[in-house]
Design a protein around this ligand. Structure first.
Ligand code: G3H
Ligand code: 13P
Ligand code: ZN
Length: 311
């Protein structure tokens, strides 16, 4: 098997009413945990790398780890740049072997977003790489950019046809009420997503793959574990699984998950140190952390994404 684009993955996902998980990767244990689950369940997979992940682990290390996971799993895997913010960053990832890039021009004016996205699409398509664009603005934190709830804005369905036809993007990330990080809704309030906007976008772009960022459920078990073992996380509320399942049955073909991976890993490491405060072999805590990621991803594949047995 090889690194593939998401083109065929999305066509199948759209037709069959499921979504492909796009999981953020930063190191070997995270890549192994995710890909072991996908191998077991024969699920298509997108491994995505943020600019922060690239700074942390180095492009070449991440590529080689992902290539190793393809050899070990025999799965087709799409390697995607998450939240690329400049043409140069996208170009560097394309030149370095990624099969998909996101150009996130959502912080710019509409016309500047169109122009930047179009430029990336031209370069990417010349190199056999697919592109995700973004319209609308999610709240939360990505790398060094923090968007407050007041500055967040839903995607305007009136803009999507124009944006897709003028840019040539292969998929579109939209804002319907999800947000990045662990604190998505006020504690005590009922989580809500604008499915009416998603439906409207779906009718304006029939058959076109939509992407949902900020889609961690903020698994309560892991938040509780973190706090039980010395953490001090305030009440955290994520996207209910049934809402993600509903979106996966609609036009949403890619669901982005990072915070749940971070929570699973951190909760497990904290638990280990609570039980064995004087142990210091990293394998002792990274092994259960990797297993927790594997089990959590397996749960998502079967219960949320519906992408099992699709390879
Ligand atoms: O949406 C952002 C992802 O969770 C990546 O986060 O930029 O801190 O690596 P990061
Ligand atoms: P979460 O913070 O909800 O995991 O979202 C991750 C994401 O959208 C990565 O692009
Ligand atoms: Zn995102």
């Amino acid at each position: 098997m090889a690194i593939v684009t998401s083109r065929e993955m999305f066509q199948k996902a759209y037709a069959d009413g499921y979504a492909v998980g796009a999981f953020n990767v930063n190191n070997m244990e995270i890549i192994q945990g995710i890909t072991e689950a996908a191998k077991e369940l024969r699920s298509p997979l997108i491994l995505q790398v943020s600019s922060g992940a690239r700074r942390y682990a180095n492009h070449t290390y991440l590529m080689k780890l992902i290539e190793a996971s393809i050899i070990e799993t025999d799965l087709p895997i799409c390697v995607h740049l998450d939240h690329g913010d400049t043409f140069e960053l996208c170009k560097s990832c394309i030149d370095g072997g990624f099969s998909s890039v996101m150009i996130d021009g959502s912080h710019h004016s509409y016309e500047d977003n169109v122009a930047l996205t179009r430029r990336v699409v031209e370069y990417a398509h010349d190199h056999g790489v697919v592109v995700e664009g973004e319209l609308g603005r999610l709240a939360g934190i990505e790398d060094d950019v923090k968007v407050s709830a007041e500055d967040a804005s839903y995607t305007d369905p009136d803009q999507v046809q124009d944006f897709v036809s003028r840019t040539g993007v292969d998929s579109l990330a939209i804002a319907i009420g999800t947000s990045h990080g662990a604190y998505k809704f006020k504690p005590g309030t009922k989580p809500q997503l604008r499915f009416d906007i998603l439906e409207e976008i779906e009718s304006r772009l029939p058959g076109f793959p939509i992407v949902l960022h900020g889609a961690s459920s903020v698994v309560p078990k892991f938040v509780e574990m973190i706090n039980r073992y010395g953490g001090q996380m305030p009440d955290a509320v994520g996207i209910p699984e049934e809402m993600l399942r509903k979106a996966a049955g609609m036009a949403v073909c890619k669901i982005n998950i990072d915070s749940d991976l971070r929570l699973a890993m951190t909760a497990t490491v904290r638990e280990h140190f609570a039980e064995y405060p004087s142990h210091f072999d990293p394998r002792e805590y990274l092994n259960p952390a990797r297993a927790a990621i594997r089990d959590m991803v397996a749960h998502k594949i079967v219960k949320v994404l519906g992408s099992n047995d699709k390879v």
